[in-house]
Ligand binder design. Structure first.
Ligand code: NAD
Length: 439
């Protein structure tokens, strides 16, 4: 039964490594962004101290039996940043670079996001440090179930509600839900399916949740286009990451007539100035696992990808992609952040100097948590909404969030990221003041 450390490391791809690009603390970046906004509005120093910390940090180490009978140990995280606006809410990520610093940052962003689009949730995030591509589907199921068991009552339908993120999906959410419900008394189970969102439709999911984040990205891009009198039918765009967020954003923006000219994911980058059919690329990726090798575009390297001339760039993969090194390469008018934290503070500074417009992550990709809220409400009320209802309610939330951020940016004469922080912070400050601090 004993497992050799070297074997485990080999299989997990070196479990303690942080991906290239993570040169510094992501959470330190979040605090930098927060401080910049807090200084501008003279944010209450006491509330500032509270919001700089995460409320709870749960780290679990748990064993799982592999298909060949060996036992592997895994490390899982759930960080709960704040719940003054409502239950903790945020995704679960399966990735070798998952670590406590990253999860802290992602949890904190969730708090701002829900505050900006005005939904009654707090911020949380979680994940397991592993490369899911190295495990069979049965192993992933057992890892997911044992992780859920280890988290126990640290999640719950009225307390902390996970959702999909990088390398997790509706099937994984169904396993989380099933495991959580199996740990409850039988007569409690039926009223707790809202312990996760992003479930398969048949298992209580919401229509429109799968595309929600990409749809939200596109709704905000439409608002930007109106503001700048841009006809999206005449524009080009590029997307980094062709998973849930990137592929949906590409399809939906493509449906508005915008032309996809380059795409990149973990398997490589491709470009075609004449245009790539997003739906055809989705079918190709479904069969091949990535955009690399796609026949109707030519392979390009990372620098050529980021230097592609286009109107819109949608980063929809990982953090810290737009940096001091890469921001000067960009050849676009607008960056619409589908991913969380794709731009670091230096990247921000350079984009501002170069007058590249930005729809920041905590606004741009909030569509996922908005429709998660709709799913949660439908479960609580035993309702099932039509897609049109979900989409129109999502649009309203995204348009309202966009308008608030634009107004704040104009009022203070500041960049859009700082403005988005201010919108979220003002709401939280008010609630903290009203509720006071116990005891
Ligand atoms: P996903 O697992 O479905 O897709 C991730 C994509 O990124 C894949 O195409 C992968 O190949 C690519 N990728 C990974 N590392 C890369 C790298 N170094 N360079 C280029 N491409 C790389 O994940 P997702 O759910 O689409 O999430 C993507 C981003 O959007 C993450 O930052 C996530 O936190 C954020 N986000 C997701 C949701 C959601 O609802 N899923 C909501 C809000 C924000």
């Amino acid at each position: 039964m004993a497992v050799k450390e070297s074997e485990v490391k080999k299989k997990r791809g070196g479990d303690k490594t942080i991906e290239p690009g993570h040169k510094y603390s992501l959470h330190a970046n979040v605090i930098k962004q927060f401080d910049k906004a807090a200084d501008l509005i003279n944010f209450d120093p006491d509330i500032r101290r509270i919001l700089k910390e995460t409320k709870n940090e749960i780290v679990v180490h748990f064993p799982v039996k592999m298909d060949d009978g060996r036992i592997e140990m895994f490390t899982g995280y759930r960080v709960q940043h704040d719940d003054v606006l409502g239950p903790f809410k945020g995704g679960l990520r399966y990735h070798p670079a998952v670590n406590i610093d990253e999860v802290r940052a992602l949890a904190t962003w969730m708090t701002w996001k829900s505050a900006i689009v005005d939904i009654p949730f707090g911020g949380a995030k979680g994940g397991i440090q592993l490369d899911p591509h190295r495990y069979t589907i049965n192993e992933i199921e057992r890892i997911t179930r044992r992780f859920t068991f280890s988290l126990g009552n640290n999640i719950g339908p009225e307390y902390d509600i996970p959702a999909p993120d990088v390398n997790t999906n509706a099937q994984i959410m169904a396993w989380v839900m099933d495991t959580y419900l199996s740990m409850m008394a039988p007569n409690e189970r039926q009223r707790c399916t809202h312990v996760v969102t992003g479930k398969p439709i048949e298992a209580g999911g919401s229509l429109g949740r799968d595309k929600a984040t990409g749809q939200g990205v596109v709704y905000t891009i439409e608002e930007w286009a109106k503001d700048h009198e841009v006809d999206l039918g005449e524009t080009t765009f590029m997307v980094q990451g062709f998973g849930n967020v990137g592929s949906w954003a590409a399809r939906l923006l493509g449906q508005l007539g915008s032309k996809l000219v380059a795409a990149e994911d973990i398997t490589g980058a491709i470009g075609n100035a004449k245009g790539i059919d997003p739906q055809d690329l989705v079918s190709y990726v479904a069969g091949r696992g990535g955009v690399g090798g796609y026949q109707n575009a030519k392979p390009i390297d990372h620098k050529t990808f980021l230097s592609t001339k286009a109107d819109i760039f949608i980063p929809a993969a990982m953090e810290s992609q737009i940096t001091a090194e890469t921001a000067p390469w960009l050849n676009v008018r607008l960056v619409a952040e589908g991913a969380n934290g794709p731009t670091d503070p230096e990247g921000d500074r350079i984009m501002c100097e170069r007058k590249i417009d930005l729809i920041p992550d905590i606004l741009c990709n909030a569509g996922g948590v908005v429709v998660s809220y709709f799913e949660w409400l439908q479960n609580k009320r035993s309702e099932f909404w039509e897609l049109e209802e979900v989409d129109s309610k999502l649009r309203k939330k995204m348009v309202a969030g966009y308008a608030k951020v634009r107004r704040t940016a104009e009022e203070y004469g500041i960049d859009w990221r700082t403005a988005a922080y201010i919108v979220g912070m003002v709401r939280l400050e008010k609630v903290f003041r009203e509720r006071g601090i116990f005891p």
